[in-house]
Design a protein around this ligand. Structure first.
Ligand SMILES: [Zn+2]
Length: 415
């Protein structure tokens, strides 16, 4: 096919698995990386003389339906209130328009794999038609029993309908094509314990917000505090609420919830003794728990320092999420990584790049398909312009810079 690129080269290639290659070249066949090495003067279909090639970025946690809101609030509970009001004003049409525009932005910023938490699978058809791998999680909400029954009934029904429409024969494994459907129990403070168990028993991909605020910890421990006041004020509190346990980590450790994969958004207030829950297991089939750290959103609310360094040091998979545009300025994973670089100069740039690519692919169980520039994997590539310097660690060219993503390739095609 005419638009099929066969060879692409750049000033630097950062494969993530393997050392950086100066003046490197990637050979692509049938959408897969066939080989990677030095260009050595050969002619190529497309050259990026002022840019680098990196694996397509993995955004492990976002909300495509959210748009910027006029709220400078740094208090997360008051911010949450603004988001709820904003959502009440949105229509299916305005929501679909936001999802399409935001997904286009994410792809333009180099994203080739994305995990989107959405209302009633609103983004499912849009992402299914886009040049990107996606996990679309329907958000499950409700402490009150009736609300929970309604939210789960709708989510299960819509998931089945969407898969029937696509002729999906993969059943509850959800594994087929580039878009997979999962569930996201929203958070311990907003979603009843039985909903977590029901989601975990579904066999679908899962994600949740966990240990995000001190108020969540307080509510689980004491059933009181500002979060309870907030829930009462919006009519969401349930006197009969039965949480999974008195600590966020109980949501990962208790019976049934301990045998499934979890992408945990935030995890800021996990305890030190919880960090080992995120260590990468030796057996590929063991449950995978990963942290989706959303650096700019975390900083926006002035939280306690995020434990990503400790979790990485324990061999854990920390990946990157942008969260939504209501709390972050862009849907660019590279923007998040550059933010981390500015606040944490001692973290190796190679580790940063891995957090934004391969660690996310691992969390989605797609590390054999994508996440690094490795022969046999999908040619999912971001071309990032780099400054004309020669630092001792060439990875710094990516992060000590504000040069843009200039091209995104998905399955061997520029998109
Ligand atoms: Zn979120």
């Amino acid at each position: 096919m005419s638009d099929q690129i066969r060879t692409v080269s750049a000033r630097w290639i950062f494969p993530v698995e393997g050392a950086p290659i100066e003046r490197g070249m990637i050979v692509i066949a049938n959408g897969l990386i066939e080989s990677i090495g030095r260009r050595d003067g050969r002619s190529v279909d497309r050259d990026f003389p002022d840019a680098s090639l990196v694996p397509g970025f993995v955004n492990a946690h976002t909300h495509l339906e959210l748009t910027p809101i006029a709220c400078d609030e740094t208090d997360e509970i008051r911010w949450l209130q603004s988001v709820i009001e904003h959502r009440r004003r949105s229509t299916p049409e305005s929501s679909a328009a936001a999802i399409a525009a935001n997904l286009a932005q994410a792809i333009r910023l180099g994203t080739t794999l994305i995990g989107d938490v959405t209302t009633d699978f609103a983004s499912a058809n849009i992402t299914a038609c886009a040049p990107v791998r996606s996990f679309v999680y329907s958000e499950l909400l409700g402490l009150k029993h009736e609300r929970g029954v309604e939210t789960t009934r709708r989510a299960w029904e819509i998931a089945e309908r969407l898969e029937a429409e696509r002729g999906d024969d993969s059943g509850s494994s959800g594994v087929r094509g580039d878009r997979r459907l999962g569930f996201s129990p929203h958070a311990p403070y907003s979603t009843a314990g039985w909903i977590y168990r029901k989601a975990a028993a579904s066999g679908r991909p899962l994600t949740t917000h966990l240990a995000e605020t001190p108020e969540e910890i307080e509510l689980l421990r004491d059933r009181s505090g500002r979060m309870r006041d907030f829930l009462e004020s919006i009519g969401a509190w349930d006197e009969n609420w039965a949480p999974i346990g008195s600590k966020p980590s109980d949501y990962l450790k208790s019976e049934g919830l301990d045998r499934v994969d979890w992408i945990v958004a935030h995890g800021t207030y996990l305890q030190k003794t919880d960090f080992s829950l995120f260590s990468i297991p030796t057996d590929r089939d063991d449950p995978r728990r990963s942290i989706a750290y959303c650096p700019r959103t975390h900083a926006r609310f002035g939280h306690a320092p995020h434990p990503y360094r400790r979790i990485l040091e324990l061999g854990g998979a920390v990946c990157i999420g942008t969260d939504g545009l209501s709390s972050a300025a862009t849907l660019g994973v590279l923007d998040e990584l550059r933010f981390v670089r500015r606040i944490d100069r001692s973290l190796e740039c190679e580790t940063l790049l891995r957090m934004g690519t391969l660690n996310g692919a691992w969390a989605f169980r797609l590390d054999r398909e994508t996440g690094s520039l490795t022969p046999g994997k999908s040619a999912d590539i971001a071309a990032v312009a780099i400054p004309d310097r020669n630092p001792s660690d060439p990875h710094e060219l990516l992060f000590d810079s504000d040069r843009p993503v200039v091209a995104t390739m998905f399955r061997g095609r520029f998109v």
